[in-house]
Design a protein around this ligand. Structure first.
Ligand code: SF4
Ligand code: SF4
Length: 67
């Protein structure tokens, strides 16, 4: 099963990964990082297909995908 990890401190809350995920399983969550940005989070890990689109689109390289 695929899995993603989002580095909270790198996320700038731009929402690109949210738009790009074909499974629509990423959202901007309530957790705020030390720079004051609400951090993206995955909502349903079981649906992740490991396509890496979220990682590719992230301008801050905050997402790592494990397959
Ligand atoms: S790897 Fe693909 S399916 Fe999984 S969270 Fe990222 S964009 Fe969505
Ligand atoms: S694309 Fe990267 S910086 Fe933008 S919300 Fe997603 S994880 Fe955060």
């Amino acid at each position: 099963m695929a899995k993603i990890e989002i580095d909270k401190e790198f996320c700038k809350s731009c929402g690109l990964c949210v738009k790009e995920c074909p499974k629509q399983i990423i959202q901007i969550g309530r957790t705020v990082n030390s720079k004051g940005y609400n951090v993206a989070e995955q909502t349903d890990e079981s649906q992740c297909i490991g396509c890496k689109l979220c990682a590719i689109v992230c301008p801050d390289m905050a997402i790592t995908v494990y397959k």
